[in-house]
Design a protein around this ligand. Sequence first.
Ligand SMILES: [Zn+2]
Length: 98
Amino acid sequence: MSRTPCPYCSGKFRGSLTEEAVQHLDPNLAMNPLSRRDDKIYICRLCGAAEGLADRMDGLLTDEMARIAVQNEMEECRRLPGYPAPLTGIDWAKLYPI
Ligand SMILES: [Zn+2]
């Protein structure tokens, strides 16, 4: 089964993310978040969390900064599984079991 890359990871954030950081959509589209900015586009969970974080930070973070912060937190949580939700309250260990 071919996996569909996240349209934000592979489009809007192209150049900001490494190729390994590009996420893929869940094959069951309803399991992916809809973009807060355009509710007709399904995006990956990281881009969904990044949009929420950027909105919550009220302009202090650009979308790119929030996306990278969310990615970094996920990577850190994978590296330190005993420390599940340091910044955003997102339980990455639950969303992305190792
Ligand atoms: Zn994405």
